[in-house]
Design a binder for this molecule. Structure first.
Ligand code: NOJ
Length: 549
């Protein structure tokens, strides 16, 4: 257990390149912008950067619709810029991790253009073509099938119409995908985040399902996620690409049942880690990516997290996260509405950096960035927010209510540009930013927080450095504490009798806790300047360490 791999001992930083740093004034971020911020990331203490897709793309889904797997989108720069990023990152002991989007391509990919041109071209069955459609609903809303006049057939798209699903049954398709991944390995990337992988295998028979909505459709997720036989494809993927490299793989795997985890991760599995969403999807129905905001209890959040910690205790490794480019900002999502964002960000940062696994920090989370609430759906760029808005209207909700749902769950919440300083456009661009800058940027930005020793940024730096040198936080078991408490999130990390305790008050009231649970341990860190043992002030988080350790 002590032989942890490099990626088990460091935090990973996720960058949404379009929103990170623009060096040209065009209003969107680029690779040189990322390179220019490597010192900032080194100081934060991250050992890897996961880049969401930077390949050529029509940007219908902001890069998750790829039209060439082995090139760089010109808006991000050139391959030379990418090589420079790899080298400069390496000089700072940081690896670059690529996003593989292999369930689908863009409808502008040369493979699809050829495939759609006729029923008898060499790539005719590189995608999923059928004479008749089923009643499956795509993840972004509407039918998952689109009619193609050239072939007189429908093609399947699990996501947007412009994201046709690849046919993994065809060995030539798999070969082409594996070759593309190997191209990036040759460049020295440190691993892969693998997109939407549970959808690559389709059922043998395509049948209508029982509708789960007012549109008469059924979620494609319910009909196709984790179809039997999928692991054969994935083992081949592992053999042909992942094996023999000192890299990590983390797969986005909606729909993998807890009991199947050992087949997916760990020594007998395929990936090193799986992004599992139960703790961030407490207000969603299975397979949905939007919701009417519903209340969840702290005990449910704790249970979801404890389940993942337990499931990965002996199998695989847990990628700890509260935010990514598809989720609202965690401060708004997990803490009460009137919360002080600084205290709230430190609570979630503490849990993120003290649980067992590899922490994934999403850009801006280390500053405590928060959600936006724009006053019209037109202002939203995210294809899924627009789809969600339509679904809400079709279900009979008013425009105001539909917009309220979008505010709550829009992916644009996490995609507003990174806030670097208090100058115009938060120092992100000299031009017009592609999405509006959050209006709190004068207070919440990297430069201001760098200079403030009590900032969220400096708290993340301190805790991340502490974690990197703490045997207990790196190796220790996860032990649930106060499991039934609806106010306090508490747990311990333990290596034999050496322990670190974490207690966080998720409410706006003062609460008390039984001090016996802390043994002989002593307070070491928190988000208030003073702390009284046995009491947690509103949104207070504390770390205690066993005196013997
Ligand atoms: C998951 C990605 O995280 C999301 O941003 C994207 O829209 C879908 N997969 C489709 O690729």
């Amino acid at each position: 257990m002590k032989n942890l791999k490099w990626w088990q001992k460091t935090a990973v930083y996720q960058i949404y390149p379009k929103s990170f740093m623009d060096t040209t004034g065009k209003g969107t971020g680029d690779l040189r912008g990322i390179t220019s911020k490597l010192d900032y990331l080194q100081k934060l203490g991250v050992g890897a950067i996961w880049l969401t897709p930077i390949y050529p793309s029509p940007m219908i889904d902001n890069g998750y619709d790829i039209s060439d797997y082995t090139a760089i989108d010109s808006s991000y720069g050139t391959m030379a810029d990418f090589d420079e990023l790899i080298d400069e990152a390496k000089a700072r002991n940081i690896k670059i991790v690529m996003d593989l989007v292999y369930n689908h391509t863009s409808d502008k990919h040369a493979w699809f253009l050829e495939s759609k041109s006729s029923r008898d071209n060499p790539k005719a069955d590189w995608y999923i073509w059928r004479d008749e459609k089923t009643n499956w609903r795509s993840i972004f809303g509407g039918s998952a099938w689109e009619f193609c006049p050239e072939r007189g057939q429908y093609y399947l798209h699990t996501f947007a119409t412009q994201q046709p699903d690849l046919n993994w049954e065809n060995p030539e398709v798999r070969r082409a995908l594996f070759d593309a991944a190997n191209f990036w390995l040759k460049k020295g990337v440190g691993g892969f985040r693998v997109d939407a992988i549970t959808y690559i295998k389709k059922p043998a028979e395509f049948k209508d399902g029982e509708s789960d909505g007012k549109d008469g459709l059924v979620s494609v997720h319910i009909m196709t996620a984790a179809t039997k036989g999928i692991l054969d494809f994935l083992h081949e993927f592992k053999r042909e690409v992942f094996d023999r490299h000192d890299i990590f793989t983390v797969a986005e795997a909606n729909g993998v049942a807890a009991e199947d985890l050992p087949k997916w991760v760990g020594s007998d599995g395929v990936f090193d880690m799986l992004f599992e969403f139960s703790h961030v999807n407490l207000s969603l129905k299975d397979g949905e990516i939007w919701c009417r905001p519903t209340k969840w209890k702290l005990t449910e959040l704790k249970q979801a997290i404890a389940n993942s910690q337990t499931a990965t205790k002996n199998n695989g490794w847990y990628p700890i996260f509260f935010e990514n480019h598809d989720k609202p900002r965690s401060v708004n999502h997990f803490l009460p509405k009137a919360s002080d964002p600084i205290k709230a960000a430190k609570i979630l940062g503490t849990i993120l950096l003290t649980m067992r696994g590899t922490p994934f920090i999403y850009e801006g989370q280390e500053l405590g960035m928060t959600n936006v609430a724009w006053d019209s759906i037109e202002k939203y760029n995210d294809i899924s927010s627009r789809g969600q808005y339509e679904i809400a209207l079709n279900e009979g909700f008013s425009k105001e209510k539909a917009l309220e749902f979008v505010h709550f769950f829009s992916r644009d919440n996490a995609r507003t540009p990174m806030q670097w300083n208090s100058s115009e456009n938060a120092g992100f661009t000299a031009g017009k930013p592609w999405l509006p800058i959050h209006d709190d940027y004068k207070i919440c930005n990297a430069a201001t927080e760098d200079a403030d020793k009590n900032s969220v940024l400096n708290y993340f730096r301190k805790l991340n450095a502490f974690r990197a040198n703490s045997e207990i936080l790196l190796f220790g078991d996860y032990e649930e504490l106060l499991r039934d408490d609806e106010n306090i999130f508490a747990f311990a990390r333990a290596v034999e009798n050496k322990k670190i305790y974490v207690l966080a008050n998720f409410t706006l009231n003062e609460v008390t806790f039984p001090t016996e649970i802390l043994g002989q341990s002593k307070f070491i860190l928190g988000n208030y300047t003073a702390h009284n043992k046995g009491v947690l002030k509103p949104l207070e988080v504390v770390l205690y360490k066993e005196a013997t350790s």
